[in-house]
Design a protein around this ligand. Structure first.
Ligand code: BGC
Length: 414
């Protein structure tokens, strides 16, 4: 690990000119609080400390990060922004537009990030030509996880179509097994919804409806069919699903209480943290249909005063893009490295599938940003969609009414 903080020359200048300089420090706001997530962020804390940094942890529990984003807004509004924040997608550019982000171009250029990242990922990290965030990984959202033993005991293969999924779920229900482990939180409903939209409608439909917000796609018969499938899936969850955290839903699959979960590959971090092995204890497959929904975690630095904090930001930015960190963090997190030059030899078959599918979908033009995980839309728009998805899932609203409500909500959010 190189030891420069800022550039080596400016660090020396700072130390010489400022006797009070005590070394890099960072207060880090993140929402990695589940078992697998905590193991992952610990890797960064350890590397930061090993490089002389002092880490102040600000974890805000709540999957998907909604609570963390509320906490962030309160801190920024009170003029006391955290040094580094787990932030991603267009929210990075939204914060940049408010003039509160630090420029980390010096580190990015010194480390050659432009050559180490796929162009699509690099674009998410840039604001008006400067570097404003550092990526840690690529999570895939469109995954089905399954308990291997339950599937084999019931003669079920991993479903490759939604019809097969529905048929498998019926078989499981008849056998008294909960087919789908789900947590009734809006972001989890949205996660399932976007995989269904991709699978039922195909990548072009997903792009039109959930990225371009095209009114025709939003009100199409295909969107009706997407809500129809959501209604069917509502019948596959247990009665206690409301409010359940995503990692508790994963635990249901791990413990054999439920057969499947549809969730991004941070769920794999839970299986791994629980000592389970892919292909043996649990199975992974992309959700039925073509395409790949990506979700890139990253850190943005907020404009803060003080040499210690600024040195901390530069050190963090350098570390998260480091080769070793990208390997070890992602082995724990369930994701794959954002850097293209990290060997995948140590990664399991789910990660290998993810990397291969990311390459082939990128080639085919079907590598798509996850709307549910903040990669595709501004907050007001994704929030408007998620409100409708969740209102439909938790009521007996018809698919036609949901589609009309969706079109109206999106139109009002623009
Ligand atoms: C984040 C993951 C996180 C998951 C659950 C996703 O939006 O990208 O890093 O593990 O939410 O909180």
């Amino acid at each position: 690990m190189k030891s420069y903080v800022l550039s080596a020359a400016s660090a020396v200048a700072i130390i010489a000119s400022n006797a009070a300089y005590a070394g890099p420090e960072a207060e880090v706001l993140h929402y990695w609080t589940s078992g697998g997530e905590a193991r992952s962020v610990a890797v960064l804390q350890e590397e930061f400390a090993a490089n002389g940094g002092t880490w102040t942890d600000m974890p805000v529990a709540g999957g998907g990060g909604d609570a963390a984003m509320t906490a962030l807004r309160a801190r920024v509004l009170s003029g006391n922004a955290p040094t580094a924040v787990q932030l991603k997608g267009p929210a990075i550019q939204e914060w940049y537009a408010e003039g509160v982000l630090a420029d980390i171009s010096a580190v990015a250029e010194a480390e050659g990030w432009a050559d180490l990242l796929p162009a699509s990922i690099a674009a998410h990290m840039q604001c008006d030509g400067t570097w404003c965030a550092a990526p840690v990984n690529v999570h895939r959202v469109d995954w089905i996880w399954a308990n291997a033993e339950i599937l084999s005991a019931n003669g079920i293969e991993m479903p490759t179509t939604w019809e097969e999924f529905n048929a498998a779920a019926e078989t499981l229900m008849a056998a008294g097994i909960i087919p789908l482990a789900h947590g009734g939180q809006a972001w989890q409903d949205a996660t399932v919804f976007e995989t269904v939209a991709l699978g039922v409608g195909g990548p072009e439909f997903y792009q039109q409806a959930l990225v371009n917000l095209d009114p025709e796609a939003l009100t199409s018969d295909t969107m009706v069919a997407v809500f129809d499938q959501m209604r069917i899936m509502r019948g596959f969850v247990d009665p206690n699903f409301s409010g359940r955290d995503w990692n508790l839903a994963t635990a249901m699959v791990m413990n054999g209480e439920a057969a499947f979960q549809i969730m991004g590959d941070w769920a794999k971090g839970e299986f791994i943290a629980g000592g389970q092995e892919p292909g043996v204890d649990f199975l992974c497959a992309s959700t039925p249909g073509d395409g790949y929904l990506y979700n890139v975690d990253s850190f943005a630095m907020f404009a803060v005063e003080g040499e210690d904090k600024q040195a901390g930001q530069a050190l963090l930015a350098e570390l998260v893009m480091g080769q070793n960190f990208q390997e070890v963090f992602n082995l724990n997190k369930g994701s794959i490295p954002a850097r293209t030059d990290v060997s995948l030899d140590a990664f399991d078959s789910c990660a290998q599938t993810s990397a291969a599918d990311m390459a082939s979908t990128s080639e085919a033009g079907t590598l798509l940003p996850s709307y549910a995980h903040g990669m595709a839309l501004f907050g007001a728009q994704s929030g408007a969609i998620t409100d409708v998805v969740t209102a439909h899932f938790n009521s007996d609203m018809t698919s036609q009414d949901a589609v009309q409500m969706l079109a109206d909500a999106v139109a009002n959010s623009m």
